[in-house]
Ligand binder design. Sequence first.
Ligand code: SF4
Length: 263
Amino acid sequence: VLGNKEKKEIEKYIAELNADSQKEIVGDIAQDSACDDFMITGFEGRHKAFLQIQQGCNHRCTYCIIPYARGNNRSVPLPLIIKQIKKLLQQGFKEICLTGVDICSYEPSFSGVVKDILEQIPELPCLQFGSLDPAAIDDDFIALLSKYSNLDSHFHFSIQSGDNLILKRMGRRHSREDVIKLCQKIRAVRPNAAFGADFICGFPTETEEAFANTCKLVEEAGLSKLHVFPYSEREGTPAARMPQLPMEERRRRAAVLRELSKE
Ligand code: SF4
């Protein structure tokens, strides 16, 4: 078994693996400060390409195992991103979707990298984003939306809950009020904006009232296209040690929220 980092240097380990095929060579991902070279993560037809601009995450949401598996935040250098987008445009792609584990934590700045891309590649027809952290969208980003019409009008937010106490217990950095305000700000410069969102239903200690707050947020913020998951505990995370709701109830709440997505 080779770790992600070790896979990139497989020649170094061949002798060891030949001697013992069961050997595990997995380094400490938290010490990894470089990004993988594999920046294009997928395509949708011949028009859209997904481009990874960062990996890992410095946050520690209490339900999430990703930082332990993928390490801390690492950003792909801007010149590589620019080069890759230009190449994709030459190949005929029209929409570029920036992706990553936590793209809003791109360093030194998320709105900065978006601005640099738009300024350096004015011929780019459409720039889109994977999941966005509502706590990390700043006014500079909103200003870009009013200036550049080639920034897409669909946004997908990682919201997870509409109840402030649950958000706190999840270790998220936004409140329900922040989400409503953010959607209003974006609509003020993009009246046709559409918002999708990720939600977790039945997080430990979530009461009926807390769940109702999540349902209300969908309407108050004007969200559609919801990605809804019943909470599923990940071993070793703080949330897995909190009082759990029955799985049946988590699934019921997820089904209720999914119905709202269809309305
Ligand atoms: S949920 Fe997202 S922001 Fe939170 S720790 Fe996991 S990857 Fe990071």
